[in-house]
Design a protein around this ligand. Structure first.
Ligand code: SN0
Length: 324
């Protein structure tokens, strides 16, 4: 039986979708009637495997699966399971107890769809950008895999972000969306920003990225975006401001420590078109974004978090339709 199993769909980037426009419409339809496919997932199990912490991804994806009638198993593999070995041919006489080859194959037997969170180490760029954890997992698990934020991309977040923009944009203008780098005390992945850029470039928006010089993202994901190094100039006439920190791509994983002047406030937004404020959360309040913006009338942070449910649900629905 196993040998004959044909792998179906996966969702690890925007490129796994036939149409961004269609998936957004479908997500909004589902949001208006979340239990309309309550039997689609009957007798199907979703496994959510976390190698790193999570709040929204874990709860929203579980909620989405339950809305579709699925069973869900969550494994915080970094804390609760055996330490994993990733190297093929390794002589496993050290601290790693189980090979990804065996772990992923077994989890695929217990689940019909698997979601995986696998952050980058932020030490070796080539290794992180090869997505070796996600790819090894995909090659050994035999069932469709959904990224719950991989080393380089976070497609469920970007899908929720685009649903949110679609819901809040004015119907008259093509919205101007600005992704701005923000200060942070720690080295964070580039995944959310890479992914947001990749999605915005496929959406019907004017897209601008602003960041300190040298803090560019991987050009693979930003090609076609307008990049402006002056934050104030970039924010002119913005309709949506997506605020996110990322660590250096060039000087890989390094924290940019002269970034305080990139912290936004109400005053700096005067030249915008009464811009909406977006952040994927978790946010370090008053380090990345001040309270006055997060708690202000233009904040969309909770709408984004809510839309994580429908982003996950539309993806699960499409995969379930492929495998049932
Ligand atoms: C993650 C990131 O990729 O930026 C998850 C975002 C959805 N964020 C963090 O790791 C924040 C950690 C911190 O200490 O603020």
């Amino acid at each position: 039986m196993l040998g004959g199993y044909k792998k179906m769909k996966q969702f690890i980037s925007v490129n796994d979708l036939p149409s961004v426009e269609k998936i957004i419409k479908e997500a909004i339809t589902i949001k208006n009637d979340p239990y309309s496919y309550a039997h689609l997932g009957k007798n199907k199990t979703l496994g959510l495997i976390f190698m790193n912490p999570s709040l929204r991804t874990r709860m929203s994806t579980q909620k989405a699966a339950v809305n579709l009638g699925m069973q869900v198993m969550v494994l915080n593999i970094d804390k609760e399971a055996w330490a994993l070995e990733f190297n093929d041919g390794a002589i496993m006489n050290g601290t790693n107890v189980e090979h990804i080859k065996d772990a992923a194959a077994v989890m695929g037997m217990y689940c019909d769809i698997i979601g995986l969170r696998s952050f980058p180490g932020l030490i070796n760029k080539d290794l992180d950008y090869s997505e070796y954890i996600l790819n090894k997992f995909i090659s050994y698990t035999m069932v469709p895999v959904i990224s719950l934020e991989s080393a380089t991309l976070h497609p469920l977040q970007s899908l929720a972000d685009l649903i949110t923009i679609e819901e809040h944009k004015s119907t008259l203008l093509k919205p101007k969306v600005v992704l701005t780098w923000a200060p942070h005390i720690k080295a964070l992945p580039q995944a959310v920003a890479n992914s947001f850029s990749e999605w915005m470039l496929k959406a019907n928006v004017e897209f601008i990225i602003t960041h300190p010089e040298g803090m560019n993202l991987n050009p693979k994901y930003t090609e076609g975006a307008k990049i402006i190094y002056q934050q104030e100039e970039a924010l002119q006439d913005a309709d949506f401001i997506y605020i996110k920190n990322w660590s250096s791509f060039n000087n890989y994983g390094q924290v940019y420590d002269q970034g305080e002047q990139w912290l936004l406030n109400k005053d700096k937004l005067r030249q915008t078109r009464n811009a909406k404020i977006m952040h994927c959360l978790p946010v370090r309040r008053n380090v990345e974004v001040p309270d006055e913006l997060l708690d202000g009338p233009n904040s969309l942070i909770l709408e984004q978090a809510n839309n994580r449910i429908y982003a996950a649900q539309v993806v699960l629905k499409n995969i379930l339709e492929n495998i049932s």
